[in-house]
Design a protein around this ligand. Structure first.
Ligand code: GLY
Ligand code: MN
Ligand code: MN
Length: 437
């Protein structure tokens, strides 16, 4: 089953590559898996992440491999298989994907690069431009903008193989989220909840698609909180954590409360969950993603006003900028090999940027929704002291119940995040299939 999906995936990638290469005047392209990053004045490397263009093709880890895609030929994978007893060197074996390539193995990175095509007009894609230049690629052939734009655009349309990877990454993360919730209910600390999460996902921290955000109480208001405190018995848990499968990551957020949390905050969590589900329900081809983001602002204005935080709601409150301090990020982003996947703001396959409106600078997705895209829907409401300070000093200060805001600020924030696949008739919520709660 996976073999067949993968065969079709590579056939799709070959067809897309032929078209993109022809449009840009190249005979082929060489994509490298990347070079390791060694810490300054040290002999240790940072956890390695492959060049995403390489990961799009080959579900094989590690640096210094090359993939040669030439129009009209079977792709060739030059695998770096060093003779090095300091680290584990697992043999290739016979993975389900290998028959898609002519595989060549080389014992050193320099031997890998020695296989670089000597003739033909090849583009190079990756993070080793010096090596590509030394191998004879012209400056215009190195990460050519026009080619990269087409490859990025194509990556926003997931093949069934990629969807299967994202589903498996979701199922894995759902196990983690259930374990994290149970740990929170037992009064566990951020660090203990994080450990419960990775244990249930059966992975190391370096194998997560991004550093998990495990925030109790006030820390939930830090959008990308990285700490892992050891104090126990939080009242609110905001956990934003995913898992990986064959290079694809899920990105899921849940917010849970104990009975000790402020009752207005608890009710707001339920209300935001309802809004998030309605926003997901609206996802179908043809709608500008921006419309959903703006609808989220109106929904959040109504939640804030019906709970007494704001004295007015609806579009009028949004137009006055009242929701932005409480919801200062975008509704979501494309998802795939990269957590914030490419081309969310791309204007066309050929390139160009479609920027978000000036009042919404952090919106990562301005594209029209189309079949095959996978993106997140993740509205939030936060009590961020830095932003509230500015609101309190603004002309709109009287539109806010500051006594209630002060009581809710120690609860931190709320975010609910699911991953959606757009289908011809609407969408599939990949997350709720595995984590309905
Ligand atoms: N986990 C980062 C995000 O939700 O965008
Ligand atoms: Mn996200
Ligand atoms: Mn997230």
């Amino acid at each position: 089953m996976l073999d067949a999906l993968y065969r079709d995936h590579v056939a799709t990638l070959v067809a897309r590559a032929e078209k993109a290469l022809a449009a840009c005047g190249f005979d082929g392209m060489v994509i490298s898996s990347g070079k390791p990053f060694t810490y300054y004045a040290d002999d240790q490397d940072a956890p390695f992440r492959r060049v995403p263009h390489f990961a799009h093709w080959v579900p094989m880890g590690g640096p210094s491999h090359l993939l040669v895609v030439k129009r009209g030929e079977k792709p060739r994978l030059v695998r770096h298989a060093p003779e090095d007893y300091w680290y584990e060197q697992a043999p290739l074996g016979a993975p389900f994907w290998a028959s898609a390539y002519d595989v060549v193995e080389c014992g050193s990175a320099s031997r890998v690069w020695a296989t670089y095509p000597k003739s033909g007009n090849f583009a190079y894609v990756g993070d080793e431009p010096e090596s590509a230049r030394a191998a004879g690629t012209s400056a215009e052939g190195i990460n050519p903008k026009a080619l990269i734009a087409r490859l990025d655009w194509d990556r926003s349309f997931k093949t069934p193989y990629e969807v299967a990877c994202l589903e498996a990454a979701t199922a894995r993360a759902a196990d983690g989220h259930r374990a994290a919730r149970a740990a929170f209910r037992r009064g566990a600390s951020e660090l203990e909840i994080h450990h419960a999460y990775v244990a249930a996902c059966a992975c190391t921290d370096a194998e997560l698609p991004y550093g998990s955000i495990v925030a109790l109480d006030d820390k939930g208001a830090i959008l990308h909180y990285e700490g892992k405190r050891t104090d126990r018995n939080g009242k609110v848990l905001l956990i934003d954590a995913g898992a990986m499968c064959r290079g694809y990551g899920s990105d899921i957020t849940r917010t849970w409360c104990t009975s000790e949390a402020h009752p207005v905050f608890r009710s707001m969590v339920d209300a935001l969950d309802g809004l998030q589900r309605r926003l997901c329900d609206a996802v179908k081809p043809g709608i500008p993603y921006l419309d959903l983001h703006l609808a989220a602002h109106v929904g959040i204005a109504d939640i804030l006003s019906s709970h007494g935080v704001l004295k007015r709601g609806g579009a009028e409150a949004v137009a006055s900028g009242l929701t932005r301090p409480f919801y200062p990020h975008g509704l979501g982003h494309f998802l795939g090999i990269q957590v914030h996947d490419v081309s969310g703001r791309q204007a066309a396959p050929e390139g160009g940027i479609k920027p978000p409106p000036a009042e919404h600078p952090y919106l990562r997705t301005t594209r029209t929704i189309e079949t095959g895209q996978v993106f997140t829907i993740e509205p939030g409401i936060y009590f961020i002291p830095m932003l509230l300070r500015d609101l309190k000093a603004s002309a709109h200060a009287n539109d806010v119940d500051w006594t209630l805001v002060d009581a809710l600020t120690p609860m931190g924030g709320i975010r609910i995040e699911d991953n959606l696949l757009v289908t011809p008739s609407g969408h599939r919520n990949l997350t709720r299939e595995h984590l309905p709660e």
